[in-house]
Design a protein around this ligand. Structure first.
Ligand SMILES: Nc1ncnc2c1ncn2[C@@H]1O[C@H](COP(=O)(O)OP(=O)(O)OP(=O)(O)O)[C@@H](O)[C@H]1O
Length: 261
């Protein structure tokens, strides 16, 4: 059997740069006049390649907005964003759609699997649509990493919630994107299934060299990351390296304290 280390090439995916995504002075405002809301306020951030980054902060602090802007799902009001070496701010819709398809993977809270397709067909669907042939060795490794071998012929309804989310993780990994964004990927799972999925996300970073960015409210989930960015009122106010659930919880409590004082 091929080991992960043998297949994983640190130059891939995405070239030699140590940074998978960059934001410079990114501001995002919704509405205008009296109803104007500044969701992001001159945010600078570098997302390191091959690392697991969590984004946390109180409700309304701008987590989803930051993720959507970094992923090219939303436009910025000002500032610049790069995925790898490609600046995405200013790309035309068609170019942006292609870049998202080729370089970015997504995992959402709802698993978004097609019920009529089995697990394997769901995993390869984005590549089938793009007319790309999956790299079989990589696909085998992904299926192995997320623990789905033996369940590939199952339809989503024949799988538990945790298994369905693992299919969604495998689907995001299959095309070997430069970066994967997860929006509360364990938000719909009980703690045991959530822990399983987080373990597989962690393994995909450690063993497959994937770059992962996850928005979460859950300090336990953030404890699986290498680095946590804390947002408040559209600004990155703090960050933590090698977080634990306890240290993240403690930091989040200070936001609560600030809000109620
Ligand atoms: N489409 C929109 N139109 C107007 N305001 C918006 C829109 N999307 C977000 N906002 C506002 O921008 C701010 C940041 O929202 P965002 O969803 O990014 O926060 P969040 O930290 O992800 O929140 P939550 O944890 O509750 O999901 C909030 O004040 C929100 O009301």
């Amino acid at each position: 059997m091929t080991t992960a280390a043998a297949v994983y090439d640190p130059q891939l995916p995405g070239g030699p740069s140590a940074v998978a995504a960059t934001a410079r002075q990114v501001t995002k405002a919704y509405g205008s006049g009296e109803t104007r809301v500044t969701a992001l306020d001159a945010v600078d951030v570098d997302i390191q390649r091959g690392r697991f980054t969590a984004i946390m902060g109180p409700s309304g602090s701008g987590k989803s907005t930051l993720m959507h802007c970094l992923a090219g799902l939303d436009t910025v009001s000002s500032g610049r964003i790069w995925i790898g070496d490609t600046e995405i701010t200013g790309l035309r819709d068609k170019q942006l759609t292609r870049l998202r398809r080729d370089k970015i993977g997504f995992i959402f809270q709802a698993f978004n699997l097609l019920p009529t397709l089995n697990a394997l067909e769901n995993i390869t669907l984005p590549m089938d649509i793009a007319g790309r042939r999956p790299d079989q060795a990589w696909l085998d490794q992904v299926v192995e990493t997320v623990g789905l071998a033996g369940r590939l012929k199952h339809r989503p309804t024949q799988l538990s919630g945790g298994q369905q989310q693992r299919v969604a993780v495998a689907r995001a990994l299959a095309a070997r994107p430069e970066i994967i964004f997860g929006d509360e990927p364990t938000g719909n799972l009980d703690s045991r299934a959530g822990a399983e999925v987080l373990t597989f996300l962690r393994r995909s970073v450690d063993e497959l060299g994937q770059t992962m960015v996850m928005v979460t409210h859950d300090p336990v989930a953030a404890g699986y990351a290498d680095r946590v960015l804390f947002l408040a009122d559209g600004v990155i106010v703090d960050e933590m390296h090698a977080p634990t659930a306890d240290s993240v919880l403690e930091r989040m409590r200070r936001f609560d304290g600030k809000r109620t004082s």
